[in-house]
Ligand binder design. Sequence first.
Ligand code: GLU
Length: 512
Amino acid sequence: MTSEEVRVRFAPSPTGLLHVGNARTALYNWLFARRMGGKFLLRIEDTDVERSETRYEAQLMEDLQWLGLEWDEGPGTGRAGDPLENERGAYGPYRQSERQSTYAGLTQKLLDEDKAYRCFCSPEDLMAEHHLAVQEHRPQVYSGRCRRLSREEVEQRIAAGMPFAVRLKIGDEPLRFHDIVRGPVEFAPEAVSDPILVRSAQNGGPGMPVYNYVVTIDDALMQITHVIRGDDHISNTPKQVAIYRAFGWPVPEFAHLSTILGADRERLSKRHGATSIASFREMGYLPEALVNYLALLGWGAEDGKTETFTLAELVHAFKLERVTPSPAVFDFDKLNWLNRHAIKQTPSSRIADLVWASFGERLPARADASEAVHAWVARLVELIAPSVDKLDELAPKAACVFGFDPDAARALPENHAVLAADSARIVLAELADRVRTNSAKVTPELFKSWMNEMKAVTKVKGKELFHPVRIALTGVHSGPEFDKLLPLIEDGAELGLGIPCVHERVERFVGV
Ligand code: GLU
């Protein structure tokens, strides 16, 4: 590694699904690494044993890969079957649960060097201190009582088996760091007091190192140059700076990303609808649209107007300096607009593959389907996809081809008025006549000539003419243009998928 190489990390805790906020953090880290020709690491912060679950770890790796955010170093690449195997990189292990001995060794070093001390205060002692501070209107920080214990006192207490936490000695210097999004940030040492590094041991077991401590150790040992994360961690950063200082490690650059809000300006949460990456995938958002949208949540292009980007274009355009400190508001309409755009940019065959299973039992399994069937499904997608925001809207639209059911069509309330009109009965009788006397495959030209004749004969035109015909053929009175729909129906019928042809539809609907 050269000393200038950029190294960034995404450090999720596997305690739940990957949500929009964390996914944006991952994306900004990835984009910055790719733009700078650096490395993007994945580190699993699974020290909360009670809440961490392997399935969440597997899911978040899958989500990152689905978004296209491959990591250069970290646990499991997911490529060789088991997503949790195959760690790669020279700075592992990349799961905090596997790094406990490293933390323990460094704690001993700090104690030996007198940069940290054992704190024997019980929870009750600390609570009493806290109450006193509140009464006396002093900041509620640790008094540093155990910092003043003599070596003998400490040894006596250890010998007596008293449990202890380990605290860092904070000096008198202000705690400063540079934030690329917010500029220079400074905290007074009193605001931090002597933070706990390792919690008091319970039941004779080893004490658990705290988040601020392990995250700093890992970032330093993994040679992280830029820490890019959510702004809920700003207040943790001075403690981390103090830990870097105690070890004599260089302090990295920071970039704290603003909070993401819902339309009501409250922090984005489940109340605002589904916000996990897995649920966006299920709803039929394309990863490229989601990535494009996440990029715009707090960052904008230099020209102030371009909004559609591929991942590769983002790598080129993304600059951490242009990330705004103001909160970003999540806008589902804009995401939908980008998804529509992405759907239009995507070959129909790929969309067809993604939605195949949702098209129902008339289709054979994707792997078993002939090339002709694949091509036909792609044509269907091409016809119906331009009008949807999300891929989960395609199956209902495809019902105009797959779901022919005359009884259901008659029962649909919005069809009642159309079908009840005298004109509809007359039009459909004429249509049935033509079907009976002409067995040719119904091309758009033939169909157009039928419609013109029917218009001339019945004097019915416009909606009154077209709506009943459409209902008879597709079950609903609106849908894709006949010029493309009819050949699709006729070709689909020929493929032996059990899709009724135009003749069969009219015969079954009107009862020829
Ligand atoms: N595990 C922490 C979180 O998920 C990571 C914080 C950090 O990036 O330092 O919030």
